[in-house]
Design a binder for this molecule. Structure first.
Ligand code: AKG
Ligand code: FE2
Length: 362
């Protein structure tokens, strides 16, 4: 039997974000989220690190240990000071990322009903913010959040007419996974070198990351005709170990640095790496899982793709050495708690829930 035909014709592609906006505006009564409206946001370049030597070492190349350690230490500095950095020499081909961009654009041009209702990519589609009760919670975007197991392997979903998308997603996931793992191993190694008496090995770190736990997320941020304060993606931290992000040149990503929002200047050849909550916990807060958001753009649509490196659901996340401020917990437990908090309080609490000395957040 032929696979499902996900055709581009017939039906509008845009999700009803404007309806959501107007509805929330009516309910909330104010025009814009009160988030940094007055503060001018500075645009900055993230620390830029050439990871070619690490990528060569990860594939058995003969780079010197000293240059790999220097690169790891530069990442470690950026991970503590920024929680974010950019990498070049990552080995994810420009041609591959251009193909991803083209396939991503084609995917999001499918009729809204097809994206939302046909079980496309395992029903992993999200648009807007289903739980939003005010404009501050609305994300002016749509996304597919796809478990790697749905892209390839025995439990893969039926891509129907989208087989070229599947091929590209598979290649991108493999290439980004190499970058994510090399960065995680290097960052762990850098900390363990400083830990007195640690017997832990960084080489197989973090344990249990595979296609059953990791995700590839394809994001699209349509141009937004409303206020410049509209979020493309609401402020959040990532609930994973580490994220590798590829964005186009439109810009809009902002992160918290020294209690201010900083706009990230896009770099044509770099991927962005950011620390997730679990790595912050593992590193005893030395590496920072920093709050970030996307601001909507009035004129241009924007695309990005993120690879989420996540460990086994059942094994303890662990730490680089005692004393740790966190009690022992698994990724499965963490995810369940995040989902529960979002459902009951409307927002993620995250790591503070797992502090040994638990202070309820304000
Ligand atoms: O699109 C971006 O630049 C950021 C995406 C992001 O933060 C996420 O998907 O978690
Ligand atoms: Fe994120």
């Amino acid at each position: 039997m032929p696979g499902p035909a996900f055709t581009e014709s017939g039906g509008a592609a845009e999700p009803p974000l404007a309806e959501s906006y107007v509805d929330l505006l009516r309910r909330g009564g104010i025009a814009a989220p009160a988030d940094g409206r007055a503060a001018a946001v500075q645009e900055r370049e993230l620390p830029l690190i050439d990871v070619a030597c690490l990528m060569a070492a990860a594939s058995g190349g003969g780079e010197s240990e000293a240059s790999a350690a220097a690169c790891a230490d530069a990442m470690a500095r950026a991970a503590s000071e920024w929680g974010f950095f950019q990498v070049t020499g990552h080995g994810v081909g420009r041609g591959l990322l251009e193909r991803l961009r083209a396939e991503q654009a084609r995917l999001f041009r499918l009729p809204f009903e097809t994206k939302a209702g046909a079980g496309l990519l395992n029903g992993s589609y999200r648009w807007g913010s289903p739980t939003a009760t005010s404009l501050r919670h609305l994300s002016w975007s749509e996304a597919f959040h796809v478990p790697l197991a749905s892209i390839s392997g025995r439990t893969a979903c039926d891509f129907g007419d989208l087989s070229s998308l599947r091929g590209v997603m598979q290649e991108v996931a493999e290439a980004m996974s190499r970058v994510a793992k090399a960065a995680a191993v290097a960052l762990a190694g850098s900390l363990l070198r400083q830990e007195q008496g640690s017997q832990q090995e960084a080489a197989a770190f973090p344990a249990g990351c595979d296609e059953t736990t990791c995700f590839l997320r394809l994001n699209r941020y349509p141009a937004c005709p409303f206020g410049a304060d509209t979020f493309g993606l609401v402020p959040h931290t990532d609930s994973d170990f580490l994220t590798v992000l590829c964005q186009d040149q439109v810009g809009g990503l902002q992160l918290m640095k020294d209690a201010r929002w900083v706009a990230v200047k896009p770099h044509p050849d770099a991927l962005i790496v950011n620390i997730g909550d679990l790595f912050q916990a593992w590193s005893n807060n030395r590496y920072k899982s920093v709050e970030h958001k996307v601001v909507a753009n009035a004129k241009a649509e924007r695309f990005s793709a993120a690879y989420f490196l996540c460990p086994s659901y059942d094994a303890p996340v662990g730490n680089c050495g005692e004393p740790s401020p966190y009690r022992s917990f698994t990724f499965g437990e963490y995810r369940r708690k995040v989902q529960e908090d979002v459902k009951t309080t409307g927002r993620k609490i995250g790591l503070p829930n797992f502090l040994k000395q638990h202070y309820p957040p304000q």
